[in-house]
Design a protein around this ligand. Sequence first.
Ligand code: GDP
Ligand code: ZN
Length: 461
Amino acid sequence: MLDDTIVAIATPPGEGSIGIIRISGSEAIAIGMIVFRPKKNTDWFKKDNYKLVYGHIIDPESDEVIDEVILSIMRGPKSFTAEDVVEISCHGGIVPLNRVLKTVLNQGARFAEAGEFSKRAFINGRLDLAQAESIIDLIRSKTEAGAKIAISQLGGKLSKRVSALQSDVLGQLAKIEAIIDFPEDDLPEATLDEMSLCTAELINEINKILESAESGKIYREGLQTIIVGKPNVGKSSLLNALLKEQRAIVTDIPGTTRDVIEEVLNIRGVPLKIMDTAGLRETQDLVEQLGVERTRKFLDQAELILMVVDAITGISEEDKNIIKLIKGKKTIFLINKIDLEARKVTAEEIQKIIDGNPVLEISAKNEIGLDKLEQTILELVLEGKVTAADNILVSNTRHKHALERAAFHLSEVLKGIRDGIPPDLVSIDIKSAWEILGEITGNNVTEDLIDRIFADFCIGK
Ligand code: GDP
Ligand code: ZN
């Protein structure tokens, strides 16, 4: 699979001022020599590791000029994939890019699969798995804080810690292997005590790394949030007020119909993904709009609910029904329209009918109380333990689960030693912990897992 030379358009589809065709593999430079005609540097393919050359892509059959380009040459192993890489910077635009792509394909390159360049970087040892995964996190990051975490993982911050853990676990394995052949009554107590101590330390270290995982996940994936409330309480006004200040990016939720789009707010670095039902028929409530099933599904997925009630109308039956529907979920209650005189409800009254969730008074229209709302969101979702982006090691759920599983096996080791389980049985758990840690960096992964991880990348990455 690594023998062939791959090619893809590396820039997003559509019109752009430049578009890049990326070629990687042993034939990359040879193909360049056929399809590229330099203006001056006719010996561009010789010598240096890196080079930029100006010239034209031509159709080698007809000699027709296809585009005016800059060729970037990065010789392996000092390239992203560790193979010879040639990137052709063309004039952006679907037609010229596709023509250049086709010309390269005609010379024997193969169309790259999604994530195949990154996969080669991993297989060729340029990046470990956690680092490769952080590339896609960086591309998809929604806030600067999220990008910062991805960059530090790309730099190997998590990988280093995990590799150190792995080598310590290996040390434990060596120790226990050494005593496996002792007869049961002669087990060297001192060694076993020392092992218990080391294992407890390892579990500690894993838990320390895991401490930031919850925050990390939120920075990486965003917090799924939904605004609920009966018609006319001010849901759309609230969303608009928040978007006015804090819009991060706009995305569509893939796979759903267009009636629900998703807006992303940036609340002090934390991406809040809010389902925007504002475009729906305003006279119906959420349940009517989406249907009972879908509403329940959305509410189930939500990690945070903002429930808006109207200060003027007070709490009605309709409000109470919604409160029932969201019982047990992390909710912030918002009494809206506090700018008006004729108020019928106070925070204290609402506090009585709900359990422990915060109640705030706001005016969406006049943008009163929104700072406090942001503060409350952060406190509630991160439970006061906001880990600064700089200190976050784990953000990917796959890594988190691996660390938790490794810690579990190590705690079995502790138990095993304490309960006098034979060393050869204890060693099984040590080995498992070692293997599971290897799933993070990729020195112990199945091909299947690798395929699944890289399939999530985009073409050309
Ligand atoms: P939704 O149906 O819950 O989305 O409610 P809207 O956001 O469409 O608001 C319904 C009405 O309430 C509109 O006329 C808004 O201008 C008004 N409104 C929203 N928030 C406030 C507020 O804080 N104060 C006042 N006085 N009016 C508000
Ligand atoms: Zn609305």
